[in-house]
Design a protein around this ligand. Structure first.
Ligand code: NAD
Ligand code: DAU
Length: 399
């Protein structure tokens, strides 16, 4: 039986990962470590907390005493480090917190894992480790910086390699806004305080691998979407605002491009990297699914409007009338400082080495996500009743 220490699992992706793993495997144990910042929510994992395979510890990944105590009490096989300050806009207002959690917190997790897993030294002086251990750092494609957007109108994407083409199997619209993609060879070039702090974390993970031979992997995923996504990020914020009849703030011209992946496909990739990823390797995760922000916003409006027609029972969730769900809700606001233009992942390596393929097409995933927000109004209403109000006012009040 494997025991996982999963940090940040009261947040969006960590929680979805825990749900995925508990469903997939009977014989695992999971220790969740989460500080429960504004982004952490026990309501997100309330069913999992009742599961005898799960232990929850509230605390900071940067707290050495607390983390070493977990390693002393439990035989941890895998660390999956999701915990982070994750929102770019917040990093622009408070960069230091991002350095503390994302860099120092990660270093503390590494140090505690190293101490707990070390068995001795080899003849060159490198530490040796208990077998089967691994530290997986959940990183992001933002560490690569920004790609150029070469086409205003998206072009059909030709994937040369027949095997890699399986990543987009069954899809009709496969497009790109540029000629280049993020690969494992792309130089690190972060631009925001958030992405710089995640890059710092990646570098310290690599340093522990090179210097101490720690068994590590780093995964770098593109933008996730799905259930339990905090409504400060584009897709859940747009869904929530449509349901409330509020304006939809689109930064700049709305022409920035993101590469969207359904969160469960990210969870699946992490599971595969833990089980089969070569030690010390970095895996990029993404499903060739680029789209401009404005098109994501329009698609979300169209999908909600259609669902309201097809399933009138959903109208009870609305705080506005069905007629108001249209493009007039869109409002262009001042741009994010240092706004990265385009992200696009080339997932060839993870597909070739581990056989990873995304399962959820965007058209299905966005619908599933919207339905989830319609069916789980209590979840997001609780969130937006607290600190969120101040945040929203500060972030969007004068924009
Ligand atoms: P999130 O903001 O939804 O959740 C973060 C979680 O970490 C919360 O539960 C929070 O309470 C916890 N946390 C924050 N600081 C902590 C600390 N010091 N100690 C312990 N717990 C702490 O984030 P998310 O969107 O789920 O992202 C998870 C990870 O995945 C992050 O590392 C992020 O950089 C990475 N990532 C996110 C995306 C995306 O699209 N959201 C894509 C690629 C990678
Ligand atoms: O690429 C992976 C990254 O994706 C993760 O590492 C981050 O943790 C995650 O937050 C996400 O970063 P982005 O900055 O791309 O996501 P966000 O949802 O904040 O913004 C997506 C795009 O939408 C971006 O171009 C900015 C724009 N946007 C965002 C918000 C919140 C708007 O136009 N209006 C908005 O109100």
């Amino acid at each position: 039986m494997k025991t996982y220490l999963v940090t940040g699992a009261a947040g969006f992706i960590g929680a979805n990962f825990v749900k995925y793993m508990l469903k997939k495997y009977d014989d695992i144990a999971i220790v969740i470590l989460d500080k429960l910042t504004y982004a952490g929510n026990l309501g997100t994992i309330k069913e999992e907390l009742k599961d005898s395979r799960v232990e929850f510890v509230r605390g900071d990944i940067a707290n050495a005493e607390l983390v070493s105590n977990i390693f002393a009490r439990r035989e941890i096989d895998y660390v999956v480090n999701f915990a982070a300050e994750s929102h770019v806009d917040r990093s622009i207002t408070n960069p230091q917190l991002f350095l503390q959690t994302n860099i120092l917190g990660t270093q503390n997790m590494l140090e505690c894992a190293k101490k707990a897993w070390t068995t001795g030294k080899d003849d060159k002086g490198y530490p040796t480790y208990l077998p089967g251990k691994k530290f997986l750092q959940v990183s992001t494609d933002e560490v690569y910086g920004s790609l150029t957007k070469d086409f205003d109108v998206p072009q059909p994407l030709h994937i040369e390699d027949e095997n890699v083409r399986r990543v987009v199997k069954g899809r009709t619209k496969i497009q790109t806004y540029g000629r280049t993609f993020f690969t494992g060879e792309t130089p690190l070039d972060p631009r925001s305080p958030y992405s710089s702090s995640k890059t710092g974390a990646d570098l310290i993970v690599r340093a522990y691998h090179e210097t101490y031979k720690m068994p590590v992997n780093i995964t770098r995923c593109s933008n996730n979407y799905g259930p339990y996504h905090f409504p400060e990020k584009l897709i859940p914020l747009i869904i929530k605002n449509i349901l409330e009849g509020r304006k939809l703030p689109v930064y700049g011209k709305g022409d920035n491009v993101r590469d969207w992946l359904y969160v469960e496909d990210h969870a699946k990739a992490i599971d595969m990297v833990l089980a089969g990823g070569r030690v010390g390797e970095i895996y990029n995760i993404g499903g060739f699914n680029e789209e401009q922000n404005i098109n994501i916003v329009k698609l979300t409006i169209d999908t909600i409007a259609r669902l309201m027609q097809e399933e009138p029972r959903y109208r009870s969730v609305l705080k506005t009338s069905v007629e108001n769900i249209n493009y007039d809700l869109i409002t262009y606001v001042s741009d994010r400082l240092g706004h990265d233009m385009r992200y696009a992942i080339d997932p060839t390596k993870i597909h070739r080495e581990l056989g990873w393929l995304p399962e959820t097409k965007f058209a299905d995933g966005i619908q599933k996500t919207i339905r989830w927000y319609l069916d789980n109004r209590a979840w997001w209403e609780t969130i937006i009743s607290g600190e969120y109000r101040d945040y929203y006012e500060k972030m969007y009040g004068n924009r």
